[in-house]
Ligand binder design. Structure first.
Ligand SMILES: Cc1ncc(COP(=O)(O)O)c(C=O)c1O
Ligand SMILES: [Zn+2]
Length: 369
């Protein structure tokens, strides 16, 4: 296993705490040495059943709260549509998958404190996993983040600082916190600024293969920083190297809100990067990411998969989340609601057909109250 820059292809030793590529500043990804092997089922009922494709760790090194292996539920409303219900994770969002691996590795590699900016759920997950690891956590989040999330982070013992602006401003505050860190062992776990959150999120791709027995035709993914999208896309390549799938891939669709849709705009304009979205606003807090460091990786995945990107009307998001709760019985947050709005619209446009197998991600629960 080694780390490789996603842009300039420089490689790095994985046995060190490292953030971005020291040569060009792009995200680093984990490259595993994979060759064909049988798909054996481990007895574990959590994400660590896929340990063969995660960093090699002793049992005692793993910081886990039982994340992953979430249900893939058949929709009660739409034939051939399944909802991957990520609200069933610890701290009720898929952020726990990424933080489980990132906190595990940071601790193993010697971090003494952990910090991240957040739109909400990543901070809650980091707070819980930091507590589990016995490491202090610093979380910076926009001042207008729902109080329930601030309270949740503090309830796990994290230090929370509210900053003016949005998640990119919180990111600057975290960078400052790390720079001020006198013992030099504070570690920044911002989205894609370290290589292991992607590793946790990629497991969603592996689970889909086990859930369905094959990959779906299309995936609708509410997108902010894009860790899950990038992770699943990476997982499919790994699964091909393992001999578990062929060259087929699901079409990947990014879902964003009309109030903050930098990836959709960049996709539509055929750009290879996504310029910052001015004055971002959305009640789907996890999607309020005006500028993403993984923009190039996301746009590549969307295009190479023959998928797309769709901005849904902000006003339709919360009603759709309520519909998912009331018609499906699923603890749906607004991000999942956005994906449901996108599903309908892509059916109407004919981009998705009713015969295709489609997976909609409900990335988190109804937590913002
Ligand atoms: C519930 C929820 N959905 C989606 C996202 C976006 O996730 P990603 O950064 O993987 O694109 C977030 C991020 O905060 C979130 O909390
Ligand atoms: Zn580089």
């Amino acid at each position: 296993m080694h780390l490789k820059c996603s842009s300039c292809s420089n490689t790095y030793d994985p046995n060190q705490l490292i953030n971005l590529c020291r040569n060009c500043g792009a995200p680093l990804l984990v490259i595993h040495d994979l060759s064909p092997m049988p798909r054996v089922q481990s007895m574990r009922c959590d994400m660590w059943r896929y340990r063969d494709v995660l960093p090699k760790l002793d049992d005692d090194d793993i910081v886990t709260l039982g994340e992953g292996c979430t249900p893939l539920l058949k929709s009660t409303q739409f034939a051939n549509v399944y909802i991957k219900d990520e609200s069933k994770n610890p701290t009720r969002s898929f952020k726990s998958r990424g933080m489980a691996v990132a906190v595990t590795m940071a601790k193993k590699l010697g971090a003494r404190s952990l910090a991240a900016p957040t739109a909400g759920n990543a901070g809650a997950a980091l707070s819980a996993y930091g507590a589990r690891a016995g490491l202090p956590v610093f979380v910076a989040m926009p001042r207008d983040t729902p109080q329930s999330i601030v309270d949740e982070c503090r309830s796990y013992g994290a230090e929370v600082e509210l900053v003016a602006g949005v998640i990119t401003d919180a990111g600057k505050r975290v960078a400052q916190y790390i720079a001020d860190d006198t013992n030099g062992r504070g570690f920044d776990l911002s989205t894609l600024k370290e290589p292991y959150r992607v590793e946790g999120k990629k497991i969603m791709g592996y689970e889909l293969l086990d859930d369905l027995g094959r990959l779906p035709d299309a995936i609708l993914y509410p997108t902010g920083g894009g860790t899950g999208l990038i992770g699943m896309w990476k997982a499919f390549d790994e699964m091909q190297q393992l001999g578990w799938i062929g060259s087929e891939r699901p079409r990947m669709y990014t879902v964003q809100s009309s109030g903050c849709a930098p990836i959709v705009r960049a996709f539509d304009r055929k750009l290879d990067h996504a310029p910052e979205w001015e004055s971002p606003h959305t009640g789907a807090w996890g999607l309020r990411v005006p500028r993403a460091i993984g923009d190039r990786l996301m746009l590549t995945a969307l295009r190479d998969s023959n998928g797309g990107a769709i901005a849904v009307n902000e006003d339709e998001i919360e009603p759709a989340a309520a519909e998912m709760r009331q018609r499906e019985g699923i603890d749906a947050g607004p991000e999942g609601g956005a994906a449901l709005v996108a599903l309908r619209e892509l059916f109407e446009r004919g981009t998705l057909s009713r015969e295709e197998t489609v997976v909609v991600f409900n990335t988190g629960g109804n937590k913002y109250r």
